[in-house]
Design a protein around this ligand. Structure first.
Ligand code: MG
Ligand code: MG
Length: 251
């Protein structure tokens, strides 16, 4: 595990601020008829204009700036020309590299009026991320994070995805440790100031099981039911946790 200085954490805050700006732009733009490809173009333009580089573009061959994951797609959806439709939900994940440090965050957006079930899923996922942040602080255990997520999600009757996990982040997009969204509390290394974690619950209405499309990226729920995804990059501080990029708090 790599521990960052306060100066490095400040740089990562700046990287995540650019990510937050992108997600705010997406929030304004998403509506029925808009394609995820057009959101992707907007995101790339903003990132480059801010002096940063899209972190996902060409990462292990990923072909876009954003991951856009519609309805039953859990994560890693590839932007395309298909217009978003009333009632869809779309997870938008954005990563940037800025001054040598990565930022990584995601939100799920509603397209127009969505079902009560979709609304509850998005809300529960967002809340589970907030519970995860509350579980982060010096001296806490790594597995307290996943436990907080899973406990909250289970209470809502939804399922946490186990095939994908959060991660450390810094001068690499993915660093040690892995941050699962499930498990018993009180296990794993203790958290220490300077550790920065990308915490990213992925929550399904039905089964937790995943299948990946022939494109090698698009990860869907095996039963075709909805999935939602929210992510923050979070620094462990001397007194608790700092969500990087001044992300808006849960609505
Ligand atoms: Mg991400
Ligand atoms: Mg991530």
């Amino acid at each position: 595990m790599v521990f960052k200085t306060l100066g490095e954490v400040d740089l990562m805050d700046e990287a995540n601020r650019i990510v937050r700006e992108v997600l705010d732009l997406v929030a304004e733009a998403v509506s029925p008829g808009v394609s995820t490809k057009s959101l992707d173009a907007m995101a790339e333009e903003h990132i480059r204009g801010a002096g940063a580089v899209p972190a996902f573009l060409n990462y292990r061959g990923f072909p876009a700036t954003l991951c856009t994951s519609v309805n039953d797609v859990i994560v890693h959806g590839i932007p395309n020309e298909i217009p978003l439709a009333e009632g869809d939900i779309v997870g938008v994940d954005c990563g940037v590299l800025y001054k040598g440090y990565y930022g990584d965050a995601a939100r799920t957006f509603a397209i127009g009026e969505i079902s009560d079930q979709a609304e509850r899923l998005m809300h529960a996922t967002r809340e589970s991320l907030e519970k995860a942040v509350e579980a982060i602080g010096p001296g806490r255990f790594l597995s307290d994070i996943g436990h907080a997520v899973e406990a909250h999600v289970a209470k809502q009757g939804f399922a946490v995805v186990r095939d994908f996990v959060g991660h450390g982040i810094g001068t690499k997009l993915h660093e040690e440790p892995q941050v699962p969204n499930f498990g018993a509390p009180g296990r794993g290394p203790r958290l220490k100031a300077g550790l920065v974690l990308a915490v990213e619950p992925m929550v399904n209405v039905g089964t937790a099981d995943v299948r990946v499309d022939a494109d090698g990226w698009t990860a869907r729920t095996r039963d075709g039911l909805l999935s939602a995804h929210f992510e923050y990059s979070v620094a462990v501080t001397d007194s608790g946790a700092r969500v990087l990029g001044q992300m808006p708090s849960a609505a």
